[in-house]
Write a protein that binds this ligand. Structure first.
Ligand code: GAL
Length: 405
């Protein structure tokens, strides 16, 4: 009898673990898309989403690899219906979510929504606590491909458990969904979320400034460099299917064009998801040029999925490095000074290695080609020092390759 019970328990455990999983094969490279929150907060509607989807096609964003269009907080009514279902706000979304998802899908793009593990979302709409399976079923019916899942009003909930419940609910509903964990890094999700979500936020909310902190009483918003500097040793947790998420970008939202370029270069070299947070309908030429730079995006999307690391910040110039496939390497030089910087970087004087991934760059034996990615220009090879003037808060982004010189 005892043996029988043990075997039954073992079978149940196996069935349980077969069901309890995230969707594999998704987000093998950092997800790319757009999210409504940074620019629109809860002021969102059907026409906006359609316009954004149209802009993806019109301005070359789709062609550059951006795929997910995600509605953040504020898409629902303040109450569930009498059957406990979430209801899209009929004023904002008169045709409901299925019709909107169909519109986005018809453009060859994917559609995402937001909810929260607590009883209410951060903006006070119905959260999923206690309704996880029902909500997941709705998302599947509507054609949702991405779920951002927040952490407000969770009281004493255990984060790992709460995110697992939603993961299992999505899996049971059967439609593949990229699951985006948004608990601001409070419970160190990089330690436990690899098999739960495809990306996890590592910080509180971003704000459109270079290096500021803006306090809101019990919480703060963080500028670009505050987020970059927030966690030093978590890069080893990033990889295909599971990414450290540095938050939706603020490119095009008020920093200088140089700062925007540096922000974009850093998100790329750190293998962060590239989720746009600006109004694409009115984006400037320069903003679109930055966001659609395919050579920079290719660094972010490199299939090894290695998150880059800080090499030095001598003279207030941040130098970051990302190993790439085929023994290629990306370098980012950001001038943090308030005046232009004359860079003179002698490749041969630096021993460069990534001990987390066992990758070494030996430039005494190899002469590699040097490519300026933002300007899409060849700059010779590593046998000569790299010389360039980098503007205030601007970036020089380089790829070293074995391509013929
Ligand atoms: C925050 C989250 C933001 C946004 C907002 C919506 O918790 O970090 O990215 O989703 O909630 O209320």
């Amino acid at each position: 009898m005892k043996k029988l019970l043990i075997s039954i328990a073992a079978i149940l455990c196996t069935i349980g673990s077969l069901q309890a999983q995230k969707f594999d094969g998704l987000a093998k490279t950092p997800p790319m898309g757009w999210n409504s929150w940074n620019t629109f907060a809860t002021d969102i509607n059907e026409q906006l989403v359609k316009d954004i989807a149209d802009s993806f096609v019109k301005y070359g964003l789709k062609d550059a690899g951006y795929e997910y269009i995600v509605l953040d907080d504020g898409w629902m009514t303040k109450e569930r219906d009498q059957n406990g279902n979430l209801v899209p706000d009929p004023k904002k979304f008169p045709n409901g979510m299925k019709a909107l998802a169909d519109y986005v899908h018809a453009k060859g793009l994917k559609f995402g929504l937001y909810n929260c593990a607590g009883a209410q979302t951060c903006a006070g709409y119905p959260g999923s606590r206690g309704y996880e399976y029902q909500d997941a079923q709705k998302y599947a019916e509507w054609g949702v491909d991405f779920l951002k899942y927040d952490w407000c009003n969770t009281e004493k909930l255990n984060a790992e458990g709460a995110y697992m419940t939603m993961r299992d609910a999505l899996y049971k509903a059967g439609r593949p969904v990229v699951f985006s964990i948004c608990e601001w890094g409070d419970n160190e999700p990089w330690e436990w979320a690899e098999n739960i979500g495809h990306l996890w936020r590592v910080s509180g909310d971003i704000i459109n400034c270079w290096d500021c902190e803006v306090g809101h009483g019990s919480w703060s918003s963080w500028g670009v460099w505050k987020i970059i500097n927030m966690h030093q040793n978590i890069r080893k947790h990033a990889g295909p299917g599971h990414w450290n998420d540095l938050d939706m970008m603020e490119v095009g939202n008020g920093m200088t064009d140089a700062e925007d370029r540096s922000h974009f270069a850093m998100w790329s070299v750190m293998a962060s998801p590239l989720i746009l947070g600006n109004d694409l309908r009115t984006a400037s030429k320069e903003t679109l040029k930055t966001l659609t730079n395919k050579e920079v995006i290719a660094i972010n999307q490199d299939e090894l999925g290695i998150q880059g690391f800080r090499f030095t910040n001598e003279h207030n110039v941040e130098v970051w490095i990302k190993p790439l496939k085929n023994d290629e390497w990306a370098f980012v030089f950001v001038n943090m000074n308030d005046e232009p910087y004359e860079l003179n970087f002698d490749w041969k004087k630096h021993g460069i290695g990534d001990d987390v991934n066992g990758k070494w760059l030996d430039l005494s034996a190899n002469n590699l080609k040097v490519r300026d990615l933002f300007n899409q220009k060849d700059l010779g090879a590593t046998d000569k020092s790299l010389k360039a003037t980098i503007g205030v808060h601007d970036v020089l982004m380089i790829k070293l390759s074995n391509d013929s010189l």
